[in-house]
Design a protein around this ligand. Structure first.
Ligand code: SF4
Length: 269
């Protein structure tokens, strides 16, 4: 049987709860939309297109205002386009407004940090357009590796100033570099290495609300990713439910919701 193609999400789902992995990736039961998923995809879409902006349209002095206005306009446009999905979540108008304002705040903080880098480059003699181009990463790159049967979508690959830095954007409300995030980044480092035969210098999370956290990449990180990928392949060959144990924790049902498969799993009887 061919190996399943894994991803950082599928691997982290298995590590959280093998039964959840079974429902999501083997039975392929549908998952429920959530405000976190919808607003996360809206913000990611804006950041994906942010770096394709026509810089000629921006004033050399007022670019920060222009970039802030751009992300705000894009957010309002995409929020409106997703109105039907957002309204189906059962949240109050106040709750939805809170997420809209929070998303705008996260995007503005991203722009603010980016503008500091632009200003730094301009102080070295670059024009706004040159600085923007210099700081533009490759975005939303899919890397698939057949040897390890794993794939990932990398949000941003910065290859400038002789450094390779891989970044993932998160709209989380905490800036904790959890074990799940560390594994995701280790897998990205491995995928990049396998494709380009070169280790990235750093991998990191851009917690849009708080700022960036990066890790130096070394051989140990890549070996960690390989071990975890092998482990998942070995443990997901079966299609029998009983081979996927339940991990019953408060995450099955928490204040803000419940596991997508709570009703079928019935962890509490
Ligand atoms: S409800 Fe809990 S035990 Fe059941 S699949 Fe979800 S996380 Fe796992």
């Amino acid at each position: 049987m061919p190996k399943r193609v894994q991803s950082p999400s599928s691997i982290n789902t298995y590590k959280q709860c093998a039964r959840k992995y079974f429902y999501q990736y083997i039975l392929k039961l549908p998952t429920k939309p959530s405000i976190h998923l919808i607003r996360g995809s809206i913000v990611h879409e804006i950041l994906e297109h942010f770096f394709s902006l026509d810089t000629a349209a921006f004033d050399e002095q007022e670019y920060a205002f222009g970039l802030r206005s751009y992300v705000t306009a894009q957010l309002l446009k995409l929020w409106k386009q997703n109105q039907k999905r957002l309204s189906s979540l059962g949240l109050t108008a106040q709750e939805l407004e809170h997420y809209l304002i929070d998303s705008q705040d996260q995007l503005h903080r991203f722009v603010e940090r980016f503008c500091k880098r632009i200003a730094d480059k301009m102080s070295q003699g670059l024009s706004f357009a040159e600085a923007f181009k210099h700081l533009t990463p490759r975005v939303e790159e899919e890397i698939k590796n057949t040897e390890f049967s794993v794939r990932g979508f990398i949000d941003a690959i910065h290859e400038s100033d002789d450094k390779i830095v891989i970044m993932d954007y998160k709209t989380s409300k905490k800036d904790e570099l959890t074990e799940a995030y560390r594994l995701q980044l280790a897998i990205y480092a491995l995928l990049y290495y396998e494709k380009h035969h070169k280790l990235p210098d750093k991998v990191g999370i851009d917690f849009l609300k708080f700022g960036e956290q990066t890790l130096e990449v070394d051989e140990a990180m890549v070996e960690y990713a390989k071990r975890e990928i092998r482990f998942i392949h070995e443990h997901t060959e079966s299609a029998e439910i009983n081979d996927y144990e339940r991990t019953i924790t408060p995450l099955c049902k928490w204040n803000g919701g419940q596991c997508d498969f709570y009703d079928v799993c019935k962890p509490h009887g």
